[in-house]
Design a protein around this ligand. Structure first.
Ligand code: NAI
Length: 338
């Protein structure tokens, strides 16, 4: 097989970026088909990217013998079942994070993937970012001694229109939607320790409608791992300055920080008002190259039959911890993990 023929499901905010990447920036992939229930999204794929085969339903796309693999950028509530359907249809599958909103669904999808003849991977894009990779290699090479603490935050620019409130009820809450990235990073950077206890809390600083769905727009969390390692997380939807994702890892022999100044470019302006730089507006500007690297990794691993960098167990574990954080935030109690 010279190229992996991909069918993409989901052409929303992130799915359109995936479509552009698969069509233009992943040489070993062919964006052979897309599916969307929305007329305008199908028309966009046809007219903007020249995608020849455009399906109205996911089931129609899975029945298409012209595709080898499926990429899912659909709402999180659909992920687990759509992964299983793809594997049953004999297609490899890449799915955006998180694996599911519920732990039982995660476990079922992972068990299904373990028995399937085709392969499944859940994406956590930060693992494919050059700066995070550099930090990982520094830690793995012993550069900070024994790492024991991660601080990691995912914080979005405030949106005065409150547009995110539309998808908030189906996002799984701030910890599952945002902190799940930090949870996965913490596990990766600390050497995949097992979580034993979590505590989370939060506040509604700007968006009162979140109260009705027991969500918050600013959340903080602590995770204790076996062996004495720890992590602290902060997630926010209300930052005044921009998208500010950064991570610190502390070890017995030093510390590594990734992305501390969320600068939009390398320009720094100095004048009578002080010294300043502009800030990244959203996650996509920060991680655009990593989305391409991640897509290439999936395609290469399938075509060359090499392992994925992320296992389904990684996806289940990150989701398990993030779901426990949501439970702790809603109950006000620490949650013990078995
Ligand atoms: P969105 O709501 O903008 O897009 C969802 C898309 O799925 C729409 O095109 C919709 O038409 C389509 N869709 C709905 N039901 C479908 C079905 N049955 N079959 C096929 N398509 C269907 O959502 P957004 O923001 O693009 O998020 C999608 C996923 O990407 C979520 O799981 C989210 O967690 C993840 N995401 C990941 C990010 C990251 O940093 N890695 C950032 C943003 C989103």
């Amino acid at each position: 097989m010279s190229k992996l023929r991909i069918g993409l499901a989901g052409l929303g905010r992130l799915g359109q970026r995936y479509a552009e990447n698969l069509a233009r920036a992943v040489p070993r992939a062919e964006l052979a088909a897309v599916c969307s229930p929305v007329d305008a999204e199908r028309a966009w794929a046809r007219d903007t990217l020249g995608v020849a085969t455009v399906h109205e339903t996911y089931e129609q796309m899975l029945a298409d013998p012209g595709i080898d693999a499926v990429v899912l950028v659909t709402p999180t509530s659909l992920h687990a079942a759509q992964i299983e359907q793809a594997l049953d249809a004999g297609k490899h599958v890449f799915c955006e994070k998180p694996l599911s909103l519920e732990l039982d669904d995660c476990r079922r999808a992972a068990a299904h993937a373990a028995k399937a003849t085709k392969r499944a991977m859940v994406g956590f894009v930060r693992r494919f970012d050059e700066s995070y990779r550099h930090a990982f290699m520094h830690i793995e090479g012993g550069g900070i001694g024994r790492p024991f603490l991660v601080y990691s935050q995912t914080t979005d620019l405030a949106d005065p229109s409150g547009a995110f409130l539309k998808f908030a009820p189906t996002s799984g809450g701030i910890f599952l939607d945002c902190s799940v990235h930090d949870v996965d990073l913490a596990r990766w950077l600390l050497g995949r320790p097992k979580a034993k206890k979590v505590y989370a809390t939060g506040t509604v600083a700007m968006y009162p409608p979140l109260e009705a769905i027991k969500d918050v727009d600013n959340g903080i969390a602590i995770v204790e791992f076996e062996g004495g390692q720890m992590a602290m997380f902060y997630a926010s939807r209300t930052q005044a300055h921009g998208h500010d994702t950064h991570t610190d890892v502390t070890g017995t022999g030093g510390k590594v920080s990734i992305g501390r100044n969320p600068r939009a470019d390398r320009v720094e302006i100095s004048d009578a008002a002080g010294v300043r730089n502009t800030v990244l507006p959203s996650f996509y500007e920060r991680f655009a190259p990593a989305f391409v690297t991640q897509a290439r990794h999936f395609v290469d691993a399938v075509l060359d039959d090499t392992p994925f960098d992320l296992t389904m167990d990684d996806a289940v574990e990150a989701t398990r911890i993030a779901i426990a954080l949501r439970e702790s935030q809603q109950s006000g109690q620490p949650v013990l993990l078995d």
